[in-house]
Design a protein around this ligand. Structure first.
Ligand code: ACM
Length: 682
């Protein structure tokens, strides 16, 4: 199966108004793309008399889901439905949309999430084995909402759908920066909208311990700056996630990444304290002492308490980035290692993991951890989360272990969506047997929070995570990048209705940056800037957990849409230079960027925080002039002289240099124009 825009643009004669000579194409904007789609002719019209009914062995979950569906449909269409506030008592079994559920689903790994959606002119039937499948079907249905001159409709269609992978997660780090309830809830809504089903909750770190322990209240009293979830709030989040078919897997990272825990409990550390909550970012020395029995007495009680609080079968022990310095420096720990015949720190960490595993097992839980925990002799029911590469995932699968992939899904690093989208949990050329493939359960996007606050976190998660969600849900043959971007823009706006702030906070942040001035000139610049990628941003400042994340780099978004459109225009023009419309569109943009600098200088004069992007703004202006010249040479078929070429490349080189942790992202496209102009022979 190869589903691309070509197969999704299906001509439907019945949808065309009679006065059109050609049928109107039905373009589907689904994300993730379902496994099987058959577009039929006709449409179901959505009008004020829309209604829904639920039948089968159900559960509160489906009524809540149906109610949210109805509110969103009504919100998008502005239609006044007679139904509202649906619950088990108020929901009929008949309606224009009938939801048939065979049984309540369990929010656990491997539960049936399939559904079948049939839309005809007369009505809509959504059938699913479990309500989890039905919730996915409702999200698909909302994405199918279409408009024409007559109003709103759902295209007639038959969809049979199920996920490619059972583990489709998003990690949210609430430690490096604190992210309270509303951030978590709105992101759970976003996850449900794109059929993600695991919230990996990163709850302890050097910079904060974020869950109340009733047994060890000191963990949050001393390790959280007052920023933590009470157990009541954790239960509320778990219920909210469960209502949306999402598992919550807690991670308490150990034995490294534990400065906050050891601030509260220095007696558990491998070197004498005292410790303070870490304010910087990186890998730090404080590490739990794996040799003392008192450590395991703590672990028994702590993990026992958390095992009761979090219902999911899996608990994540972290296990990453233990630098071993405190262990090496402690003669008692070295002596223990020798006495236990543990060859190195890896072996010592395996000893620690094995002791924690016993505790988790006693509590009916399965263990997962980062790929550092993948060591010989662990039981086969653990899950390895590969972050340093794919090797651990493949090796684990070959040796009988289950795993998930996060390498390539680090959304905090601001790489383009396409990179993540074409990163497959099982690479197309993977040499694995069917049994080994089945052990690769899926993947997780990771939202590490060193450089995000509640104001910016959504813009690093969305919309790119919707494309990652498609990678986890859809068949690997669904891999047309242009079509992904086309649909992503639609989905991005739909996600806003869930309260996500990735779109709306952009102008808000620009308003603050301009200090009460008009934002137009600033937006023209920032529209073509992207944050520097990978870990390079840390070269521009020494960030701490209380640094301002309100600069241009924070307002700028990964994979800037305006820049991508420009790159596409340039590619289209160079493929077909006689296309006047494309040429005009390119010139319009270049003129705007060229003249923007003069206007932005006035804005900068009234807002010192913007001073740091003044040179970038000048660089964009100069590069745009070069681009215009190149277009002129191309249009006139005139070869540029060598001095123009030399100066142009100097201008472009300067414009490629990041400043203030942002880079101008249209320079490479302008360079293509210059290179093409150079090839013109007079
Ligand atoms: C990790 O990024 N240290 C799991």
């Amino acid at each position: 199966m190869r589903l691309t825009i070509l197969t999704l643009v299906i001509f439907s004669a019945t949808l065309s108004a009679q006065w059109f000579s050609k049928p109107k194409p039905v373009v589907l904007n689904l994300m993730p793309i379902p496994q099987h789609i058959e577009l039929k002719s006709g449409a179901f019209r959505v009008t004020d008399d829309f209604s829904l009914g639920v039948t089968g062995r159900t559960h509160n979950r489906i009524y809540g889901g149906a109610d949210r569906f109805l509110q969103r449909l009504s919100g998008r269409t502005g239609l006044f439905f007679t139904q509202g506030f649906l619950n088990e008592k108020t929901t009929p079994t008949e309606g224009k949309l009938i939801i048939r559920v065979q049984r309540p689903g369990e929010v656990k790994l491997g539960e049936d999430e399939s559904y079948e959606l049939t839309i005809s002119r007369k009505g809509i039937v959504l059938e699913a084995h479990t309500d989890l499948g039905a919730l996915h079907g409702l999200e698909t249905l909302l994405q199918l909402l279409s408009v024409d001159g007559e109003g709103y409709y759902f295209p007639a269609i038959q969809i049979n759908d199920h996920p490619q992978y059972p583990w489709r997660g998003l990690l949210i780090d609430v430690c490096r920066h604190w992210h309270p309830m509303d951030v978590i809830k709105r992101n759970l809504d976003g996850m449900a909208a794109v059929k993600l089903n695991v919230l990996h909750f990163h709850l302890s770190e050097d910079q904060g311990f974020r869950v109340e322990s009733k047994i060890f209240p000191e963990l949050t009293e001393k390790g959280s700056d007052g920023n933590y979830f009470t157990q009541t709030q954790i239960r509320e989040i778990i219920q909210y996630a469960d209502d949306r078919g999402i598992r919550v897997v807690p991670e308490f990272d150990m034995p490294g990444h534990t400065t906050a825990l050891l601030t509260a409990r220095p007696d558990l550390a491998s070197a004498p304290g005292p410790y303070d909550i870490e304010r910087k970012f990186g890998v730090f020395d404080p590490t739990i002492d794996p040799t003392q029995e008192s450590t395991y007495a703590f672990m028994e009680k702590f993990w026992g308490e958390m095992a009761a609080l979090f219902p999911d079968e899996y608990m994540h022990i972290g296990g990453d980035e233990n630098n071993g310095k405190q262990w090496d420096a402690n003669p008692r720990i070295q002596a223990f290692k020798d006495s236990m015949d543990l060859a190195d720190n890896h072996a010592l960490q395996r000893y620690f993991n094995t002791r924690v595993l016993e505790i988790l097992t006693k509590n009916g839980k399965k263990m997962m951890g980062w790929d550092e925990i993948f060591q010989p002799d662990l039981p086969k029911n653990i899950v390895i989360q590969s972050w340093r590469g794919r090797k651990a995932l493949i090796d684990a699968a070959r040796q009988g272990y289950q795993g998930i992939l996060s390498n390539g899904y680090y959304i905090d690093l601001c790489y383009p969506t396409s990179d993540h989208y074409l990163n497959f949990p099982i690479a197309p050329d993977a040499d694995l047997t069917p049994d080994e493939r089945a052990r690769i359960l899926g993947g997780e996007a990771t939202m590490w929070a060193e450089l995000v606050t509640p104001e910016t976190i959504d813009s690093r998660i969305w919309p790119r995570t919707a494309a990652i969600a498609e990678r986890f849900w859809s068949a690997p043959e669904v891999n047309d990048v242009d079509d992904m971007y086309r649909r992503l823009e639609r989905v991005s706006v739909q996600l806003e209705e869930l309260g996500l702030t990735h779109e709306k906070n952009y102008p808000m942040m620009l308003r603050r940056l301009t200090n009460h001035q008009d934002i137009t000139a600033l937006q023209t610049l920032v529209d073509v800037l992207e944050p520097v990628k990978g870990y390079t941003r840390h070269r521009y400042a020494t960030y701490t957990s209380h640094s301002p994340l309100t600069h241009v780099v924070d307002a700028a978004r990964p994979d800037a849409v305006v820049a991508r459109e420009f790159r596409n225009l340039v590619d289209a023009y160079l493929e077909n230079p006689v296309e006047g419309v494309t040429q005009t569109a390119i010139i319009q943009r270049l003129i705007r960027w060229e003249s923007n600098h003069a206007r932005l200088k006035t804005t900068i004069a009234g807002s010192p925080v913007l001073k740091e992007v003044e040179s970038l703004s000048a660089d964009l202006s100069h590069a745009s002039t070069v681009g215009r010249d190149a277009l002129a040479y191309l249009a006139l078929c005139e070869a540029p002289d060598s001095s123009w070429t030399e100066v142009s490349h100097q201008v472009l080189e300067a414009a490629k240099q990041p400043h203030a942790a942002v880079e101008i992202i249209v320079v490479s496209a302008i360079e293509k124009l210059v290179n093409a102009a150079e090839r013109v022979k007079s």
